[in-house]
Design a protein around this ligand. Structure first.
Ligand code: PLP
Length: 418
């Protein structure tokens, strides 16, 4: 597919929620904004095709079913999956991971092991904790390097022949570090373990290739990939999904029901009980198609530039400390930081007064944040529409807070005050 030339300011104008808002939106890792094309697709669905899917005999139900089917195919193209039947619609990364814990987890025996890392979001930690206590499993953890990456040096000692699943983040929502997937997959294959990636923070950064990654399961959320809230994806290899039992049960996922028994449809519908999030899926399909039209090489260059500006700017502010790598290699534009003697909530509140949207707290990764020796931190996360001015507004506002000084400062090309 040919892609459009990239201009961040022009891209920002495609987002009605951002253009002319005066807002420096740097909370993209929590929820990204939606472009006009997605808003239009949602509006068109509600006006022209709003109906329930699958068994409808009328034209609106057929239109809704066609739109849902096309959305699934679009997700499969974004992931370079083997086919749309490998794409399960869920309500978000959290529901995808819980689905897998309940279904894949049902086949695990006492003493079986799951390998995680200390960088996991609670969504990829707590479901496995619950499963482990219910089934007598052992959870093992890869530790963190001092700069906030998964320590692959411990892979051979922590990945034992009892390991049945390696479940790791593809990109940390705290440190921004990207996981080196190839050694994980290679080591997991040796012991016969399956590999699941939590892609919530990687999927917003461009199309993926499930065949090249070589993993078995992948989870991500629509609201972080420029789509609606309440929709997510669990991708799984066809033969693995086929072997899993249902998760939720009820309408839409059955083949035949008697008063005392039921048989279930093949995947993906086996895992989609009840009315699916139809509008969400259609919006997500549109969002991923929109993502595929972009020049991600150019966006990456821009992201590296802004991340460097942010890291250098923070390094120049007295008392500010970044939780994560200070280089821009193998990390995304997710920068978490704390400031001596100032609570993260105060940092966020002060910056909100400057029109800068940040997030503060433990970022649903309490063990990780505590591993850095703090209880919470502020986080700035970039989107493809982020501009130098957004980063500078953050840095100026923060410096004002730290020094009690008023007025914006001119910054050089690296974001450092002149
Ligand atoms: N995993 C990671 C790495 C995340 O950053 C998040 C959300 O921030 C999640 C999982 C959970 O995503 P959701 O709340 O959309 O289910």
């Amino acid at each position: 597919m040919s892609c459009r030339s990239f201009d961040p300011a022009a891209l920002k104008r495609e987002f009605p929620g951002l253009a002319d808002s005066g807002l420096h939106y740097l909370d993209n890792a929590a929820t990204a904004q939606m472009p006009e094309t997605v808003l239009q697709a949602l509006y068109r669905f509600e006006i022209e095709a709003r109906a329930n899917v699958h068994e409808g005999a009328h034209r609106r139900a057929r239109a809704a079913t066609v739109a849902l089917t096309e959305a699934r195919s679009q997700v499969a193209r974004f992931l370079n999956a083997h086919g749309p039947d490998e794409v399960v619609f869920t309500y978000g990364t959290t529901s995808s991971l819980n689905l897998l814990a309940r279904t894949f987890g049902a086949s695990l025996d006492p003493g079986d092991e799951i390998l995680l890392s200390v960088l996991e979001h609670h969504s990829n930690l707590v479901p496995w904790q619950r499963l482990a206590s219910a089934r007598g499993l052992v959870l093992r953890f890869l530790p963190m390097t001092p700069d906030g990456r998964i320590d692959m040096g411990r892979l051979t000692s922590e990945l034992t022949p009892r390991c049945r699943l390696v479940a790791m983040t593809h990109c940390s929502n705290v440190t921004g570090a990207i996981t080196d997937v190839a050694p994980l997959v290679a080591a997991a294959r040796v012991v016969g373990a399956k590999v699941l990636l939590d892609g919530a923070q990687r999927a917003p950064h461009g199309p993926l290739d499930m065949r090249a990654l070589g993993v078995d399961f992948y989870a991500f959320s629509g609201h972080k990939t420029y789509g609606p809230t309440g929709i997510g994806v669990l991708w799984g290899r066809r033969e693995l999904l086929e072997a899993l039992p249902p998760f939720l049960t009820g309408g839409q996922m059955i083949e035949e029901v008697t008063l005392t028994s039921a048989t279930f449809r093949p995947p993906p519908r086996r895992f989609e009980a009840g009315t699916p999030p139809i509008a969400g899926a259609i919006g997500l399909g549109t969002a991923l198609g929109w993502m595929q039209s972009l020049d991600w090489r150019a966006i990456r260059k821009h992201e590296v530039h802004l991340t460097r500006r942010l890291l250098d700017g923070l390094a120049s502010i007295k008392g500010a400390r970044v939780l994560g790598p200070m280089d821009t290699e193998d990390r995304r534009g997710v920068v978490t930081f704390c400031v001596d003697a100032i609570a993260p909530t105060d940092v966020c509140r002060h910056l909100d007064g400057h029109g800068v949207a940040l997030r503060g707290g433990h970022h649903c990764a309490q063990p990780l944040v505590r591993a850095f020796g703090v209880e919470g931190a502020a986080r700035a996360s970039l989107g493809p529409y982020s501009l130098d001015g957004d980063v500078d507004a953050l840095l100026n506002g923060l410096e004002e807070l730290v020094q009690g000084r008023r007025g914006p400062k001119a910054r050089d090309g690296k974001g450092v005050p002149r």
